[in-house]
Ligand binder design. Structure first.
Ligand SMILES: Nc1ncnc2c1ncn2[C@@H]1O[C@H](COP(=O)(O)OP(=O)(O)OP(=O)(O)O)[C@@H](O)[C@H]1O
Ligand SMILES: C[C@H](N)[C@H](N)CCCCCC(=O)O
Ligand SMILES: [Mg+2]
Length: 223
């Protein structure tokens, strides 16, 4: 089983959008997939409990059906930084709970487990801990979603630097067009191609329909 952790240059840069596209392409390649959103802030109250739209989308995009509680073990209603949401809810984030869910997901024997972070690489989880520590402990391979807009070069290079300094492999990155009419798009992409030192898995334009996004990805370098 390969385990990929999808991080981003920021929140709202398209990690879920790209993760869905990755799962879609993996399904086309007949690979068995399971998705994981370990920590989510910003959830709806439902009769079944708290539900996060990212986790539900990923659960539906994966090829193996698994219970929501495994896909998203730590969920908070407030759409704010998770450590603040956890403090308000009075439930500190427990790494053991994340590890247990991962064991549960692994028991479905997927070819690929795709994990979506929250926010960017160094997401605080409270008590001086970070989501990146969990990714390091699990030795996952990292995919970076670069939200293409002015300012993304610095965010992308710093994120790649931090991932590598944490001892993990950046196995690929995806350019996701956040700013529609970005001036000098090609020049910005070229800088990232030269400096990120990892395979570019695709450039997804700003699309009107998410269902075509997978066509802009080539996951060959991962498989
Ligand atoms: N290439 C794209 N074309 C059209 N819409 C997009 C594209 N990329 C992202 N979006 C939309 O932008 C919004 C933010 O994307 P998304 O939710 O995937 O970000 P995220 O990085 O997962 O955010 P979070 O940190 O909250 O998890 C969503 O409404 C998504 O559908
Ligand atoms: C609520 C939001 N959509 C995300 N799920 C959480 C983003 C947390 C970002 C924390 C930060 O780095 O400032
Ligand atoms: Mg998301």
């Amino acid at each position: 089983m390969r385990r990929f952790f999808v991080t981003g240059t920021d929140t709202e840069v398209g990690k879920t959008f790209v993760s869905q596209a990755i799962l879609h392409q993996l399904k086309d390649r007949r690979l068995q997939t399971v998705a994981f959103k370990p920590v989510a802030s910003g959830c709806e109250y439902t009769a079944d409990g708290l539900r996060n739209s990212d986790a539900v989308a990923l659960q539906q995009a994966a090829s193996i059906a698994v219970p929501y509680e495994l896909v998203n073990p730590v969920a908070f209603a407030e759409p704010v930084a998770p450590h603040i949401a956890a403090h308000h809810a009075g439930t500190p984030i427990d790494f053991a709970q994340l590890e247990q869910a991962l064991v549960g997901l692994s028991s479905f024997n997927p070819d690929i487990l795709l994990v979506e972070g929250a926010g960017g690489w160094r997401l605080p989880l409270g008590q001086g801990r970070f989501l990146s520590e969990f990714v390091v402990a699990q030795q996952m391979q990292v995919i970076l979603v670069v939200g293409m807009r002015l300012g993304c070069l610095n965010h992308a290079l710093l994120t790649a630097e931090a991932i590598r300094r944490d001892g993990l492999q950046l196995v690929g990155w995806v350019a996701n067009q956040v700013e529609v009419d970005m001036p000098y798009q090609a020049e910005n992409l070229s800088l990232l191609e030269q400096q990120l030192n990892a395979p570019m898995l695709g450039h997804i334009p700003r699309l009107s329909a998410a269902k075509t996004a997978h066509q802009y990805l080539d996951l060959t370098p991962l498989i």
